[in-house]
Design a protein around this ligand. Structure first.
Ligand SMILES: *[C@@H]1O[C@H](CO)[C@@H](O)[C@H](O)[C@H]1NC(C)=O
Length: 296
């Protein structure tokens, strides 16, 4: 009798644990839970990202990017569901989450072929939706003159199940958009980052990189920091092969980073700022600009 009870209890426990992990596992990152209208309301970065993405849908009227799952947000989700032929209940579940990411991830960001004033250099990196395809990046001086072209790889890591993770997740693909960019002294780990100064993506200004609550809070650098343009002394890699996946950073060949650093410092007067690693807010005025544009 006691044993039977223990058995059915542990069975019930197992079942509910399995159910919970199924629900969590079922959400595509950056989302991880059902969002619905509650009292007090649910809040978080997932809500900020959802609100920013919903604003791209033709079925949704403008909403505030507040990070609070309020009535307005729940109604926006309901309109989005209705517009897509889903039962419209304003509850953000795995079905709605997958559709939002599939339909609304593209930020429409286009490089405008200019260098905004006040910056000493610009780097443009085209990317494909399939980030395993390496592309050719370009370094410009402040007059928009091409100084160097180089191979770039922006494919992020895989999740625990080996599935690709998207650009709005930690360690996923490099996010698109316009970002301030600055030269920092080398990272200590030569194997992963190479021996040269790295260039740090500082703060999102446009596109997915700028997703946030207001102008002071952006996906880069408040939700995801540490994206660098760097090289590495990668095991078993030789320069005729594609570069390894990153954790969202932009990988370049060692010879290219060496050349880029040389141009920045000796031709464009860019200063190597002492690497502040993850320090936020970033302690220097960024000297450059990074433009990452999806071209398919
Ligand atoms: C999510 O909610 C929709 C209603 O919008 C429903 O049709 C769908 O079955 C739900 N999906 C899951 C996995 O519960």
């Amino acid at each position: 009798m006691v044993n039977r009870l223990a058995f059915s209890l542990s069975f019930a426990l197992l079942y509910s644990v399995a159910e919970i992990s199924f629900k969590v596992g079922g959400f595509p990152a950056p989302f991880s839970k059902v969002l619905s209208l509650e009292n007090p309301p649910m809040e978080g970065k997932d809500v900020v990202i959802l609100q920013n993405l919903l604003l791209r849908s033709p079925f949704v009227r403008p909403i505030e990017k507040s990070g609070v799952y309020d009535r307005e947000t729940s109604e926006a989700v309901a309109s989005y569901q209705k517009g897509n032929g889903l039962p419209s209940n304003g509850i953000f579940n795995t079905t709605t989450a997958s559709l939002v990411l599939k339909q609304l991830m593209y930020d429409g960001y286009k490089d405008d072929h200019t260098v905004p004033s006040g910056y000493k250099f610009k780097v443009h990196i085209p990317v494909y939706k399939d980030r395993t395809i390496e592309t050719i990046g370009t370094l410009y001086d402040s007059n928009n003159k091409v100084m160097h072209t180089f191979r770039a790889r922006c494919h992020g890591a895989m999740d625990a199940t080996g599935k690709e993770i998207n650009q709005l997740t930690i360690d996923g693909n490099t996010p698109t958009g316009l970002v301030t960019f600055d030269l920092n002294s080398p990272e200590p780990n030569l194997k992963s980052f190479g021996p040269y100064p790295v260039i740090r993506a500082v703060k999102g200004l446009k596109g997915n990189a700028a997703i946030g609550k207001n102008k002071d809070d952006t996906f880069l650098s408040d939700y995801r920091s540490g994206i660098l343009l760097h090289t590495g002394e990668w095991d078993h890699w030789n320069p005729s092969e594609p570069m390894p996946n990153s954790l969202g950073c932009i990988h370049v060949h060692p010879t290219d980073l060496h050349t880029i650093d040389d141009i920045l410092v000796h031709k464009l007067g860019v200063v190597v700022h002492k690497n502040p690693f993850g320090e936020n807010p970033y302690p220097y005025v960024p000297q450059g600009i990074l433009s990452i544009e999806q071209i398919d």
